[in-house]
Design a protein around this ligand. Structure first.
Ligand SMILES: [Ca+2]
Ligand SMILES: [Ca+2]
Length: 209
């Protein structure tokens, strides 16, 4: 009896490990990509200050790494997409998007077609007069990726997120500036357009509380 119990205790953890969730599979794959020195983007991120993200372009279950806005202090008007891919993908099918300093890439299926989309948030030059830059979308479209301006305006965007804010099944956007200021959220309608609304969120660490 005791031997049987020990046998079960050994089997149960093995069974759990074999049944990975989708997120665990993605994380496992991301770790494999990271371990491949030729594809490891992190040393570049450390020195160049960009903020890319893993994304499954074209929905084949394999992750790529999207980056942009590299070497912002000398890239004169921005850089184009930089995509690290372990498997062969046709990068010519991904429209070029220029970013000066990308600060956040939020990933979700924004247009609800089963394939990852990208919400790119940046703030441009980090010196006076702090001109800011536009946030952009890269959306899956008939086997390609097309850029779209969600019309949130030019801002000193530091971060953001994607989520269904009004529970209508359509992902919405949140764009956040650094410090105290007016942030923006935008609700998506059925035709894929975004309606912008302003939102006060929190306060600066140097502001009055
Ligand atoms: Ca999509
Ligand atoms: Ca919604």
């Amino acid at each position: 009896m005791k031997l049987f119990t020990v046998f079960l205790l050994i089997l149960i953890p093995l069974g759990v490990r074999a049944d990975l969730t989708s997120l665990e599979k993605k994380n496992k794959y991301a770790c494999e990509v990271k371990k491949n020195i030729d594809l490891n983007p992190f040393p570049y991120l450390q020195y160049e200050g960009a903020h890319g993200s893993f994304v499954d372009f074209f929905g084949d279950g394999k992750l790529e790494f999207y980056d942009n806005g590299r070497n912002y202090w000398k890239n004169k008007g921005g850089t184009n997409n930089v995509i690290y891919s372990k498997n062969e993908i046709d990068q010519s099918k991904i429209e070029r998007v220029k970013m000066v300093w990308l600060r956040k890439v939020a990933i979700a299926d924004i247009n609800v077609d089963g394939k990852d989309d990208l919400f790119l948030l940046g703030h441009g030059w980090d010196k006076p007069p702090f001109p800011g830059e536009k946030s952009m979308l890269l959306l899956s479209h008939k086997g390609e990726y097309k850029s779209k301006d969600p019309k949130l305006g030019v801002g000193f965007w530091h971060s953001g997120a994607i989520g269904d804010l009004n529970n209508d099944g359509l992902p919405d956007l949140l764009a956040v500036k650094g410090g105290k200021g007016t942030n923006v959220f935008a609700l998506q309608n059925k035709s894929g357009q975004f309606k912008k609304k302003s939102l006060q969120l929190g306060s600066s660490s140097i502001g009055k509380r």
